[in-house]
Design a protein around this ligand. Structure first.
Ligand SMILES: Cc1ncc(COP(=O)(O)O)c(C=O)c1O
Length: 384
């Protein structure tokens, strides 16, 4: 049997990893500035994380959601404490798309309405409703296009008001910081006005923090820079440091009804052990402080590179915008410089999503390598 060929692959085979470094089957060392799509939060194979998973596997790895599961309870308690959302409830699932799918369903159940407002360039996942609120025609099949979705420009509050006033919208979904789209984000004024408008029109505000959450922005959730409290918050990626886990944080105003949401795998013992270990490491190693410190250091260094025209994002969810398309540069960084970075819908943007444990020496290595590549003639900075 062959693998269904949907992923273009780099010819690299990682077999081992430690913190911010990855080793391939030929023993070549790579610096991980991408965390496999922003997933690696506490570093590859962190000993506390590895032990927690091994210990849990020795006890019990899985049982259904029809029994008591104290590891789920412990995870919910710790997540509430670290995120500042201790009064919210937690629904556990296994991916970012599934978290958004459940958040959208919850909003629709709660309001009895179906239309969703989303934003230009948004990415919310690939399942039915999650892909429908994703601004990318190419990944929406005719089946998905049956959903009622209106895309609006980010930061256009008047456009949002016009739509919500029509009275048929169940939710507004927005990323804390856009990831795949290219690191754009709402202003504080926009987020605050959005929260107010949603309250006024009884529309559920869903903050997709699948990529921007779990400390990546320097706060636990990126929306916490804006002083808002959304009705529903979704999370995944960094939550399990590679173990598939997602979560929906739900405000106390929603009433849970048996059977309303459900999943076989979500919240299993192993996933929760991984999730709990991640939070323990984040707390013990003060990783959000590290994010803020290293982010400032990275930005300072990036500002010294003449070919970098714009620095986007926050914390360790950053993008370097060049005045040329970066596909070739990114390939050179991986194949010659042995550094993983990411791409975005914006073809001129190089995305940086390292483990939150990253240190100054890694940033130094990145900029040294980047400078070396940029000094080649093809990357002369363009003059006006
Ligand atoms: C903001 C955001 N939401 C949702 C998703 C979907 O997550 P998953 O791939 O785990 O389904 C992603 C994935 O990149 C994302 O960046």
């Amino acid at each position: 049997m062959n693998l269904f060929n949907v992923y273009p692959l780099y010819d690299i085979t990682p077999v081992k990893a430690k913190d911010c470094l990855i080793y391939d089957n030929k023993g070549v060392e790579y610096l991980d500035l991408y965390g496999g799509h922003g997933v690696i939060s506490v570093g590859h194979t962190h000993p506390h994380y590895v032990n927690a998973l091994k210990n849990q596997l020795d006890q019990i790895g899985f049982y259904s959601n029809a029994i008591q599961n104290p590891v789920q309870e412990a995870l919910a308690k710790k997540l509430g404490a670290l995120s500042g959302y201790g009064t919210y409830d937690l629904f556990l699932c296994s991916s970012g798309a599934e978290a958004n799918e459940n958040a959208l369903k919850l909003a629709s159940f709660h309001t009895g309405k179906a239309r969703v407002v989303a934003f230009d360039n948004a990415f919310h996942g690939r399942t039915s409703a999650a892909v429908a609120v994703t601004d990318n025609e190419k990944i929406n099949a005719p089946l998905n296009k049956q959903q009622q979705v209106t895309f609006l420009p980010l930061n256009d509050i008047q456009a949002v008001e016009n739509e919500l006033a029509k009275g048929d919208v169940c939710s507004v979904i927005i990323e804390g910081i856009q990831g795949v789209g290219g690191l754009d984000q709402g202003t504080t004024g926009f987020f605050r006005a959005l929260e107010e408008l949603c309250q006024k029109h009884q529309v559920v505000l869903i903050l997709d923090e699948v990529q921007s959450g779990y400390g990546r922005s320097g706060h636990f959730f990126a929306h916490q820079y804006h002083g808002i409290s959304p009705d529903v918050i979704t999370t995944a990626k960094g939550m399990g440091n590679g173990f598939p886990i997602g979560g929906v944080l739900i405000s106390p105003k929603f009433e849970a009804v048996y059977g309303m949401l459900g999943t076989t795998f979500g919240g299993n013992h192993l996933a929760c052990a991984a999730g709990l270990a991640v939070l323990e490491i984040m707390e013990q190693e003060k990783l959000m402080e590290n994010v803020r410190e290293i982010s400032a250091y990275f930005i300072e260094k990036a500002q010294q590179i003449p070919q970098v025209k714009n620095i986007k994002g926050r914390g360790l969810m950053l993008g370097l915008e060049f005045d040329f398309e970066v596909a070739a540069l990114r390939k050179q960084l991986i194949m010659e410089g042995h550094i993983f970075t990411g791409s975005a819908n914006n073809k001129k943007l190089l995305r940086i999503l390292p483990p939150l444990t990253i240190q100054r020496k890694h940033i130094d290595l990145f900029f040294e390598t980047l400078r070396g590549i940029l000094e080649q003639a093809a990357y002369e900075p363009k003059t006006a």
